[in-house]
Design a protein around this ligand. Structure first.
Ligand SMILES: [Ca+2]
Ligand SMILES: [Ca+2]
Length: 508
């Protein structure tokens, strides 16, 4: 049918006649044309009918791309809105402050800790409250346009019209967690610690969620991650320390203490010399240079000014203590790929191995010749194309941690060397089934720090102690109790101004 139609339409004689007809020329058409014209008109009518009945081809393929989530059938927005209006009506002038926003979040059928994003997205920060009208207008738009949690959460947190989340977008949400989660109540008076904790959690969010390394979390990255499940768990879990992926205060404490030890002048930056002291000179100088080269850091000043911010240290420490995660493998791969061509060449491996040999010799240990080490490593990684190790090879081999430590961490290299290869293989098999290396490290270090503090408390009776993150803190915790609250801020001098730590600096 359509083929015939096309040929009719392309007929020059017929086109001419139709044009004449359109101009109102009234003359007798030769009968052969009349016949063809009728056929054409019938065809047109048929085509119109078809167009009206069957959708265009693009519409007949079911929609499969839903950047804002798949719309749910039978969602009654008016019903949902009236529930919310009912909640607002319980408050004077139908205005709700951040303290009562939890009730609104629940009426919206959202996890409790969506309360701050809901509050701020409807302009609550400017007035100190949200009116029913503003809120309903905002939420109705969200319900109409965003069809799953990831899309809704992103819309609430992002700057207007922005399709991704940047680091600073998380601050109001996390400040509310600090202000209102029961297990962080002990931080109430330690406002200088709020920003450090928040910085840490933001870095962990980007470390785990922003798999593209762009500094911009997209809706699909958020959807693929476990972050929103963890946000929902904040409501059920009384202790943030149980949420080890993002929110654990103990994990923050370990990272911050490790940084504090290196940052001797406490300006929240460390240089290469400070970094060299980490873990008793375990990391090679050549690797430290690479960490400071700007290839794995977000702060653009790292390379120029030769200093690493606390935020960038979070990435370093987690990568250093858990070399099995995808982000960590990417982190160290970027560092080792000195020329940035996407493969680790023999030259690059040798460059890092040379320093390891020097270190071993200084320890009176005879190092393995590079060729032998190379054979071992190629055996371990089994690269797809010989002589070139790619990121894919390292992720696939499940032993990337041993590979990396061989080239830049002398202490861990020696540890691996002393281990039974059979056990190493078994480790690789059980990867992902037990707690992560990072979780194990953080738990052990936390216990050590707590014990150190307890000892200091006993001997110094709370006087200045260079090992304690903030000199003026007198630690108070209950070693027998389940929850150990390290900070009890007795000294008013430690209430530093929150502004003293500029977010803009570390989020650039
Ligand atoms: Ca410093
Ligand atoms: Ca390379």
């Amino acid at each position: 049918m359509r083929m015939k139609e096309l040929s009719l339409r392309q007929d020059p004689d017929l086109r001419k006649e139709l044009a004449l007809l359109a101009r109102g020329c009234d003359f007798v058409l030769p009968s052969r044309f009349k016949k063809r014209l009728r056929a054409f008109q019938q065809g047109q009518a048929q085509l119109k009918k078809e167009e009206a009945v069957s959708p265009a081809l693009s519409e007949s393929i079911p929609k499969f791309y839903f950047p804002r989530g798949r719309p749910k059938a039978n969602i009654n927005i008016d019903n949902l809105i009236s529930k919310i209006e009912k909640i607002f009506s319980q408050f004077p002038s139908e205005r709700v402050t951040i303290e009562d926003m939890g009730k609104v979040a629940k009426a919206c059928e959202c996890p409790l800790y969506w309360k701050a994003p809901l509050f701020f997205a409807s302009g609550g920060d400017r007035r100190g409250y949200v009116s029913v009208h503003k809120f309903v207008a905002m939420w109705r738009k969200v319900l109409q346009n965003c069809h799953d949690d990831a899309s809704k959460f992103l819309h609430l947190l992002a700057k207007p019209g922005c399709p991704y989340l940047e680091q600073e977008d998380f601050i109001p949400f996390l400040q509310d967690v600090v202000d209102s989660h029961a297990s962080l109540a002990f931080l109430k008076e330690a406002s200088d610690f709020h920003s450090r904790y928040i910085t840490t959690v933001i870095q962990r969010i980007f470390y785990n969620v922003n798999r593209s390394w762009t500094g911009k979390i997209t809706c699909s990255e958020l959807r693929r991650s476990s972050f929103l499940q963890n946000v929902a768990l904040l409501e059920e879990e009384d202790d943030v320390n149980q949420l080890t992926e993002y929110f654990s205060y103990e994990h923050f404490y370990v990272i911050y203490c490790k940084f504090w030890e290196l940052d001797t002048d406490h300006d929240l930056y460390i240089d290469q010399r400070d970094m060299a002291r980490h873990n008793d000179q375990a990391i090679s100088h050549r690797m430290i240079e690479r960490i400071f080269s700007g290839t794995v850091t977000r702060d653009r000043k790292v390379h120029k000014e030769g200093r690493l911010s606390y935020a960038d240290f979070v990435w370093f420490l987690i990568s250093e203590e858990d070399k099995k995660s995808e982000t960590s493998i990417e982190y160290w791969f970027r560092c080792m790929d000195v020329d940035g061509d996407g493969v680790l060449s023999m030259y690059e491996l040798q460059y890092f191995y040379q320093e390891q040999c020097q270190k071993l010799e200084a320890m009176a240990i005879e190092p393995l010749p590079f060729e032998d080490c190379l054979c071992q490593m190629l055996d371990l990684v089994r690269p797809e194309s010989p002589g070139k190790i790619t990121l894919r090879d390292l992720k696939r081999c499940k032993l990337a941690h041993i590979f990396f430590d061989t080239f830049f961490n002398i202490e861990k290299y020696l540890d691996h060397e002393q281990r039974d290869p059979f056990m190493v293989a078994k480790d690789a098999e059980s990867l992902g089934q037990e707690i992560s290396d990072w979780e194990r490290y953080a738990a052990e270090e936390y216990d050590i720090l707590v014990a150190e503090e307890a000892a200091n408390e006993q001997y110094n009776d709370g006087y200045d102690n260079p090992l304690v993150p903030i000199d003026c803190i007198s630690a108070e915790f209950d070693l027998c109790g389940e929850k150990r609250h390290l900070f009890e801020f007795a000294n008013p001098h430690c209430n530093l101004d929150l502004d003293e730590y500029k977010y803009a600096d570390s989020f650039e």
